[in-house]
Design a protein around this ligand. Structure first.
Ligand code: B12
Ligand code: SF4
Length: 589
């Protein structure tokens, strides 16, 4: 019957916006280094709508996706393709606060051509979840006729498409209080052509959402909730198989804390089965917390399932800062055991470190980084400013108290001081951030990390490549390594609205000089680090290398030197080193 209906098309163009650098150019690369899971999630949802023909049996839903971090958005081309299809919409995907100004600039251009635009992601969801009234920037989007989507879209995408197709889309879709179950939910997927724009062909999926902890700087718990919602092993297997069919077997599991995914074990068991019985060459990058070593078998199973690297939120080594941010779960006296447990499985560790907690000063930060270098066997340390991200409790409190915060959302990328600090001026804090990279990534410490990699049997090329990127991204490119890619592109015309588009005679000589300077600095860094690697590899002593950071705790109650430094700051929580607290109390008498 339906076969007689003339076919129509509805084209959905999904764009994950990037954000602007200091000069107002879009941060984009020939190849990015990390995949966008938000894009993969929404792509999967639109594909489901296409399969289910939610706009009617005669309407073909066509979908295309791009991540602006690795693809130039051709606005005119998008307009042409949607017009050629006869109907459609632009989806601005996974828009974070720092990406909001860029997303608005893109939305404005599409709206000027009369296209329907829908925007979702953490800025929209976080602001609507936490603030009593709609902030001015979200109102600006509404005034442009952009539709906002707050919450998660699983099970809701068909409604949005139908509304857009019939011209009845709502200004705001609000689904924050009704979080979808993830069991049997549609899973994230991207076509190979999109994935190949990520160096190393990494794809991603979230095996779960929600985190039980309550860190005050966190946005996630206020948008995705604190209850663990998780995918089934069958779904995870289906994700792996669907990607493997396109030749993709490397995944970033984007759960903020995979260790608190209540289904972690059956999921890992299934991945282990796929690797060990069916020879899938799975490689995983996961995010965990600092208590994960206490979960029986967790680390061992992660390694068997193909985990070669982890991200963890160390955040700070001063218990006072951690308590202030309600990060009570971080027990500094267990940091070394936890890191050694990962090393024993040959897994590389990346740790996030936040600068700007209320009691931080340039001196304490410098001291703490030196302590980490000497006493903790972490490979990569990455620095962030403590930032009141929209959607976090910190942001809400400052907002309600009327404390000044940077009005430019582009700066909420964890690389800028966005509010005042009680002990440091903005200039000092900025200097401290730059100094932190300098202080950690000294050639001497890079050499120590390489020696530790050799003795622990961790893939040295992987460690060396990461050291190069993390050492150079902020200092050479001026962008955080999490936003890094290979070969920066700066398009003369893709400049932030309000800033002038330079003429070719001014732009190209500047860009050529800029390119040569940056390339020269990279080549120098790569050359230096390769020499360090060669030296370490040639030195037989590397194979028996030992330093304080690699020393396991041998007797019960034994504490690290740095734990003693913070003895008076450690709260009397369960498991805290009593000997240290007692010693500190005795010393104080
Ligand atoms: C994986 C990840 C990354 C990856 C990939 C980016 C990505 N978005 O996929 C990498 C490592 C590149 C990354 C980098 C950064 N990230 Co990040 N990242 C995440 C993380 C852990 C998961 C993202 C995800 O996949 N979520 C699951 C998806 C399904 O949720 P979602 O994006 O919200 O999308 C759903 C809905 O919002 C909605 N939706 C979204 N878009 C649209 C569009 C339409 C049209 C519709 C209808 C619906 C819709 O439907 C989706 C499905 O339910 C989140 C935390 C989190 N739990 O979400 C942080 C998070 C998004 N990142 C954050 C930040 C700050 C950054 C960085 C600036 C720095 C940093 N510290 O990491 C950089 C920015 C660089 C960049 N280019 O994105 C913040 C953003 C907070 C904010 N208010 O802006 C978050 C929330 C974490 C935090 N610290 O609070 N990140
Ligand atoms: S552990 Fe991570 S995801 Fe969980 S509340 Fe803290 S910052 Fe958020």
């Amino acid at each position: 019957m339906h076969g007689n209906l003339p076919k129509r098309a509805f084209r959905v163009v999904l764009i994950k916006p990037s954000h602007y650098d200091h000069d107002g150019y879009v941060i984009q690369w020939w190849r990015s280094t990390l995949p966008s899971n938000s894009l993969a999630s929404v792509y999967g949802l639109i594909e489901e709508c296409a399969r289910d023909r939610v706009l009617g049996p005669d309407v073909d839903i066509e979908v295309e996706a791009c991540d602006e971090c690795n693809t130039i958005v051709d606005v005119a081309g998008v307009v042409k393709r949607i017009r050629a299809a006869g109907a459609g919409m632009v989806g601005l995907i996974g828009v974070q606060s720092n990406q909001y100004p860029r997303a608005l600039d893109l939305g404005r251009q599409f709206r000027a051509h009369g296209l329907a635009v829908v925007m979702g992601g953490f800025h929209v969801s976080g602001c609507i979840a936490m603030l009593p009234t709609l902030p001015a920037d979200l109102q600006e989007a509404l005034d442009l006729g952009i539709h906002l989507f707050a919450g998660e879209a699983e099970g809701r995408m068909a409604e949005v498409l139908r509304d857009v197709a019939t011209g009845t889309a709502k200004p705001i879709y609000k689904y924050l209080n009704d979080l979808p179950e993830m069991a049997a939910a549609v899973y994230p997927i991207l076509p190979r052509a999109v994935v190949t724009r990520v160096a190393g062909h990494y794809s991603s999926f979230d095996a779960g959402r929600g985190c039980p902890f309550q860190c005050s700087f966190c946005t996630i718990i206020n948008v995705q909730g604190r209850k663990s919602r998780y995918r089934t092993p069958d779904d995870v297997e289906a994700i792996v198989r669907a990607n493997a069919a396109q030749g993709i077997t490397r995944f970033f599991i984007t759960d903020d804390n995979f260790a608190r995914n209540r289904n972690w074990e059956p999921i890992l068991d299934r991945l282990i089965e796929l690797r060990e019985r069916e020879n899938f060459n799975i490689r995983l990058l996961i995010q965990v917390d600092t208590l994960c070593h206490r979960i029986p078998n967790f680390i061992e199973k992660c390694a068997r399932a193909g985990c070669t690297a982890i991200f963890l939120g160390l955040e700070n080594i001063n218990p006072e800062s951690l308590m202030g941010a309600k990060k009570r779960q971080n027990k500094i006296w267990e940091y070394r055991d936890m890191l050694l447990a990962w090393r024993a499985q040959k897994v590389m560790t990346y740790a996030g470190y936040i600068l700007g907690f209320p009691t931080d000063t340039p001196e304490t930060i410098a001291r703490d980084i030196e302590i980490i270098k000497k006493e903790l066997p972490v490979d990569i340390l990455e620095f962030f400013y403590l930032t009141p991200l929209p959607g976090s409790e910190d942001h809400k409190n400052l907002y309600l108290r009327g404390v000044a915060m940077d009005p430019d959302m582009n700066n909420y990328d964890l690389e800028h001081a966005c509010t005042g600090h009680p002990l440091m001026s903005k200039e000092t804090w900025t200097r401290v951030y730059a100094d932190a990279w300098q202080r950690y990534y000294t050639d001497a410490h890079v050499e120590t990390i390489m020696r530790r990699a050799v003795v622990s049997g961790i893939n040295r090329t992987k460690v060396l490549d990461s050291l190069t990127i993390f050492s150079g991204a902020a200092r050479i490119e001026g962008v955080h390594p999490l936003q890094f890619g290979f070969f920066r592109r700066k398009l003369r015309r893709q400049r932030r609205s309000g800033l002038p588009v330079l003429g070719p005679l001014a732009f190209y000589p500047w860009r050529a000089a800029d390119f040569l300077k940056v390339t020269g600095r990279w080549l120098l860094l790569i050359w230096r680090y390769r020499r360090i690697m060669a030296r370490v590899a040639a030195d037989p002593a590397s194979r028996t290398h030992f330093d304080e950071a690699l020393r396991p705790h041998t007797s019960a109650g034994e504490t690290d030197h740095f734990v003693e430094v913070f003895a008076d700051k450690i709260p009397h929580t369960h498991g805290a080193p009593v000997r240290v607290a007692a010693a500190a109390a005795a010393a104080a008498e």
